[in-house]
Design a protein around this ligand. Structure first.
Ligand code: DGY
Length: 344
């Protein structure tokens, strides 16, 4: 009797040609249309699966894996993985992986684009023009804030933050950064960035970009009191995760002239966007697309597929997924891989 192949679940439509590589090794159950899976549907999809390829839409924690004794790997298509309860996965011996590096430059490009659109009021200007409000050229129409010669504050100086700093350097900006730990001198020098305390950065920056990973410790890091420390002429850009900003406090500061403008790519309740934000003219709103160039989204899926194949003990890197987030869980998978090689 033919041996049944391990089942893998693909939670959203991705790129068929790339996901197709999984079919060489596994019985693939792919989702054909973009779907909002309920927690119960995720539990059901994982029940008989050995692995899953998922996106930030799928929240996976202890309840979702409790009934999935054969689950060994979850490959997240994204660098951020706050949709996964990593300690719960590690405790269950399930390897989790993400997709760093391949999206760094594309995401830094977008962070910079959102900063420019926000500071120079580009989307607001376009709406105004399309509404037919441009009756007469005037000297004081839609005055914005300069990037060149200004101070940029980057909160979260990982790979993407460093990419934004390098771009800012080309624009003649002074760059301050705040991070959990200070970067080596050589990296600071290469990025042209100086370390600052969080409050100091908020007080000095003309533009603040958030690029830090989400964790409960940074929930609403940018709240009313943080916003009050910023210049009233400043702009705030968030390409990290929505939960880092208290959106009610932000909308209030923007509506009351305590902050000039904001550019948001991520939202606490996405895809829902607060009506208070939608009503404001001085906010640029985009639908979580910072890494969304075709080449980069393909590279992310390709890396996630490589991760899943390797984490499930197949392919040339069997047992060594390129980018695990919980290497501790690899020990359990390694045992299975060795047993498999020995024909057990
Ligand atoms: C990421 O990679 O974390 C992006 O937010 C898209 O998932």
């Amino acid at each position: 009797m033919a041996e049944s192949r391990p089942r893998v679940w693909v939670s959203q439509p991705l790129f068929d040609d790339l996901v197709g590589r999984l079919a060489v090794h596994f019985d693939v159950h792919a989702t054909d249309v973009v779907t909002e899976h309920s927690p119960a549907a995720i539990t059901e999809a994982l029940r008989d699966s050995a692995g899953a390829l998922v996106t930030l839409n799928e929240k996976i924690g202890a309840p979702q894996i409790a009934g999935a004794p054969g689950l060994r790997a979850i490959a997240n298509v994204g660098v951020g993985y706050n949709n996964l309860d990593v300690p719960a996965l590690t405790a269950a011996g399930i390897v989790a992986t993400n997709t760093p590096d391949v999206l760094t430059e594309t995401t830094a490009d977008f962070g910079f684009a959102l900063l420019m659109a926000t500071a120079r009021r580009i989307t607001e200007a376009e709406r105004w023009l399309r509404e037919g409000q441009w009756q007469q050229w005037s000297f004081s129409t839609l005055l914005g804030a300069d990037l060149h010669g200004s101070t940029l504050g980057i909160v979260g100086m990982g790979r993407i933050g460093q990419g934004i700093a390098r771009r800012a350097r080309g624009f003649g900006m002074r760059v301050l950064y705040h991070n959990r730990s200070r970067l080596p001198d050589t990296v600071e020098h290469e990025c042209g960035a100086s370390y600052a305390g969080f409050d100091d950065l908020l007080a000095q920056a003309d533009h603040v970009v958030l690029v830090l990973p989400y964790s409960p410790q940074v929930h609403h890091l940018v709240d009313a009191s943080a916003l009050a420390k910023m210049k009233s002429t400043a702009t705030l850009v968030n390409i990290a995760r929505g939960g880092i900003v208290d959106e009610v406090a932000l909308a209030d500061a923007l509506a009351n002239g305590r902050l000039a403008a904001a550019g948001l790519d991520v939202y606490e309740g996405e895809p829902a966007v607060r009506p208070e934000l939608l009503a404001l003219r001085n906010v640029v709103l985009t639908p979580h697309i910072a890494s969304a160039s075709l080449a980069t989204r393909r590279a992310m899926v390709s890396l996630a597929v490589d991760n899943l194949i390797a984490a499930l003990g197949e392919g040339p890197d069997a047992g060594r997924p390129p980018t695990p987030v919980n290497p501790d869980a690899l020990a359990a998978t390694a045992g299975i891989t060795i047993a498999k090689r020995q024909g057990a």
